[in-house]
Write a protein that binds this ligand. Structure first.
Ligand SMILES: [Zn+2]
Length: 484
């Protein structure tokens, strides 16, 4: 390496004479904190060497200029510590810069750290030794599949979720299995549908795990940035389909899906960006729309509006909450007289329609999701939690599938639920009341139909689900909405 990766700790303004500085990859990594510590050691080391020259006794001569020092002078252990913090995509150029770095980058603990940081690998070295594999090899095997990790939505008329994670030395796709018997507060269940095994010496194999007997067989996977496809030509799946048809949740599965079942396309899902001022933490919630089982919806905040967007199932229900149109609870009394609550909602509804007619812009029509993803305005989280909870009881005459709802609530807002059925022209709006119970629960009452839906936070955690930008998240949300 010709240039000095300046680690002398002086900086140009304080007399460093290193010809080039602040541009090397290892220095970029100093932002992580750890190499900064290494830098400090070098500084101490350099100071010690300076003093050694003068025998440690104060000299009347002006202090000598600090010696020229370089990253190459560092002991290997320290280099390992530094390199382990460098993104692996930068390591090849580091390896090319000099023989010492090249050899250092063969030390496997660097690659163990990269596997942990970038892919969440939690295997320990002993297991790897048993199969005679290094972390460097594991990294190399995982790298081509890095874009498949995360949460995906099956792109057919029954939209299900697949969560793809690194699982030991495999990458496993776990498919969401809705259940009739789960309470909305319970965890959501997944079953493995494919597995990419990385333990083989040769190239990785993709195993399909669908079918009635779960006999693993070959499957092809094609991965792009925002979608991937899996293809399997086994006929097991049709039998599996017949078996699952007995599960009522797919009994309306249409013929088109039957033909396309073996070639599946998945679209990437991001979880909503979060802001401390949001009314509650955005994320995934589950609820019962009807007797066809649990559905999953995504809560996100968009300034004056919050949205709850269905991400599974044949029906697309989108709830839009008007955060600027709060309904006063009067110590919970309002729930005791549904006619009174209904009248308040109707008044707001009429006002919204008037405003839309006066000002025909899209924003006033409540399409809050078209504005950039931003924290909620109007009522903040702080305001919500300062409110004393008031007693909540489902108003007489309002139907609910779930009677196990919280008995206190904090805030109510006007909202509009819109229901569409995929593959049909059905589209209907249901104005009503959004009820905020607590951090993990909210509900909605359709005013005219007198139906109540309880939403409960999905407690599962997901990795690789952060949107690269608020715009990317919005783009994804629009795509979910625009599915035919
Ligand atoms: Zn298969």
């Amino acid at each position: 390496m010709e240039e000095c990766a300046c680690l002398c700790g002086m900086g140009s303004s304080r007399g460093c004479r290193c010809p080039q500085k602040h541009q090397r990859p290892a220095e970029t990594a100093a932002a992580d904190g750890k190499p900064a510590q290494a830098e400090k050691h070098v500084e101490g080391d350099a100071a010690a060497r300076c003093c050694a020259g003068s025998g440690g006794i104060a000299s009347p001569m002006p202090p000598p200029l600090p010696p020229h020092c370089s990253l190459q002078d560092l002991p290997v252990e320290m280099l390992v510590e530094i390199f382990a913090w460098v993104p692996a995509t930068d390591l090849p150029s580091l390896a090319q810069s000099c023989t010492k770095f090249h050899h250092t980058l063969h030390i496997d603990s660097i690659w163990r750290r990269r596997c942990q940081e970038e892919f969440g690998v939690r295997e320990n070295l002993q297991n790897l030794e048993m199969i005679g594999m290094s972390y460097r090899e594991v990294y190399t095997k995982l790298f081509p599949y890095r874009n498949i990790l995360g949460l995906w939505q099956l792109d057919n008329s029954y939209r299900t979720l697949v969560n793809v994670v690194v699982d030991g030395l495999c990458i496993t796709g776990w498919k969401y299995r809705p259940s009739f018997h789960t309470h909305v507060g319970g965890p959501i269940h997944f079953k493995p549908v494919f597995r990419i095994c990385l333990t083989e010496r040769k190239s990785a194999t993709v195993e399909c795990m669908e079918g009635p007997h779960n006999r693993p067989h070959n499957r092809q996977v094609r991965i792009q940035k925002d979608w991937f496809t899996t293809h399997c030509n086994q006929t097991y799946h049709r039998k599996d389909l017949a078996a699952s048809l007995r599960d009522e949740w797919v009994r309306v599965l249409i013929g088109e899906d039957r033909q396309r079942y073996d070639l599946l396309t998945y679209r990437r899902l991001y979880l909503p960006p979060s802001h401390p001022d949001d009314l509650i933490r955005p994320g995934l919630f589950q609820y019962y729309l009807d007797d066809f089982g649990l559905k999953i919806a995504m809560l996100s905040f968009h300034g004056k509006y919050a949205r709850v967007t269905d991400i599974t199932g044949y029906s697309k229900k989108t709830l839009e909450i008007h955060l600027m149109r709060r309904i006063q609870l009067r110590d919970g009394e309002i729930f005791r007289y549904f006619n009174e609550l209904s009248r308040v909602v109707q008044e707001i509804e009429e006002q919204v329609i008037r405003e839309q007619q006066e000002d025909g812009t899209e924003e006033s029509q409540g399409h809050g999701w078209q504005s950039p993803a931003q924290p909620s305005v109007g009522e903040s989280r702080a305001a919500a939690w300062e409110e004393q909870p008031v007693p909540f009881v489902l108003p007489v005459g309002v139907h609910s599938r779930d009677q196990n709802y919280p008995r206190t609530c904090r805030m109510c807002f006007y909202g509009v639920d819109t229901l569409a059925i995929i593959g049909s022209s059905y589209l209907k709006s249901f104005p009503g009341v959004f009820i905020l119970f607590d951090e993990n629960h909210f509900g909605f009452i359709w005013r005219v139909e007198k139906c109540f839906f309880l939403y409960s936070r999905v407690q599962n955690t997901f990795q690789n689900v952060e949107a690269p930008s608020p715009q990317a998240f919005l783009e994804m949300l629009k795509n979910i909405q625009s599915m035919p």
